[in-house]
Design a protein around this ligand. Structure first.
Ligand code: MG
Length: 315
């Protein structure tokens, strides 16, 4: 039996649903948008934008929709890009994502020896766009730390969000229990997203966008032991803060929390803790070990990083 898969945006999916309306069949397939039979082909469209064509005419049927709404010659290049993204993975966001209400999530602190991991999930609607950009919201990598703190203070009272902080003590404990950092991140994202869904209390949203830190199959594998995993209308894309404002806000909130925690930990230990994981961090860790002992690092650092060994070697 022939089989063909394409990926398309919500507008095209709706057109498809209308096109195949005569052949709609009632099948309880999880996360499906519709199932239909037409022209000797079974068409299963998923909320993720993936559409599966099965049957002897699968290719012919799928070709009707290939390239989506791009029908003019100028869009040939766009089509080529579309093909490569299809090969990437099936959880890429639809092209009209900016017009959708989205829960976006991002994390900060994963590459820093000192300080926690912070994860934020944020809900924004297209109608929030004007106000949020007027506050200066954009890709946090283009913002200074002091601007991030200023913007976060104004944004926080306005939006629906969840912020999770994985302290160093908890991080080190999970790491000893065999959690990879990827697994910790997946658990935190999944939890933060659920928290926002709960806060929305039935208010509708069109999808979820995770700033991709692992391929979706790996992300879901990390979550295989979790009681509840959000899988419906979830999208993954790298550099997602430039794709949807919800992720840009999430990155600002996560960064804001990380900076606040770094200040707090610096105060606790009596030293201004440096960011990153470079040689200056080894130096700082060495002087902390010298004054407070190796055990004091459990409260402020991610112990399994090579910096711990390097700092000890400096002494
Ligand atoms: Mg990120």
């Amino acid at each position: 039996m022939g089989q063909d898969v394409i990926k398309c945006n919500h507008t095209i999916m709706k057109k498809m649903k209308d096109y195949y309306k005569e052949g709609m069949i009632n099948r309880n397939i999880p996360s499906s948008f519709f199932v239909a039979k037409s022209n000797g082909c079974t068409i299963t469209a998923y909320n993720s934008g993936k559409v599966l064509f099965q049957g002897s005419t699968s290719e012919e049927e799928a070709n009707k929709w290939r390239g989506g709404s791009d029908t003019n010659k100028k869009s040939q290049k766009k089509k080529a890009n579309h093909k490569t993204t299809v090969l990437d993975h099936e959880y890429l966001p639809p092209s009209n994502i900016q017009d959708l209400s989205i829960i976006g999530s991002d994390e900060v602190g994963t590459g820093d020896y000192f300080g926690p991991i912070t994860v934020a999930a944020v809900y924004t609607r297209p109608s929030d766009y004007k106000y949020l950009t007027s506050l200066g919201v954009k890709d946090s990598k283009q913002l200074t730390d002091s601007l991030i703190q200023q913007i976060a203070k104004e944004v926080l009272p306005y939006i629906t969000y969840s912020l999770l902080i994985l302290t160093n003590e908890k991080y080190n404990l999970l790491q000893k229990q065999g959690y990879s950092q990827g697994k910790m991140k997946a658990v935190l994202h999944n939890q933060a997203i659920q928290n926002v869904m709960t806060k929305l209390d039935g208010q509708s949203f069109d999808g979820i966008l995770v700033d991709q830190f692992a391929k979706p199959n790996i992300y879901f594998n990390y979550l295989k032991d979790e009681d509840r995993v959000v899988k419906e209308t979830i999208y993954f894309q790298t550099k997602a803060e430039s794709v949807h404002l919800s992720v840009a806000v999430a990155s600002i909130i996560a960064r804001h929390a990380f900076l606040k925690e770094m200040d707090r930990l610096s105060e606790d230990i009596g030293v201004t803790l440096p960011k990153g994981a470079g040689a200056h961090v080894d130096q700082a860790a060495a002087s902390i070990i010298k004054i407070n002992g190796l055990k004091s690092l459990n409260h402020i650092a991610k112990l399994h990083f090579a910096n711990t060994k390097k700092a000890q070697n400096l002494l």
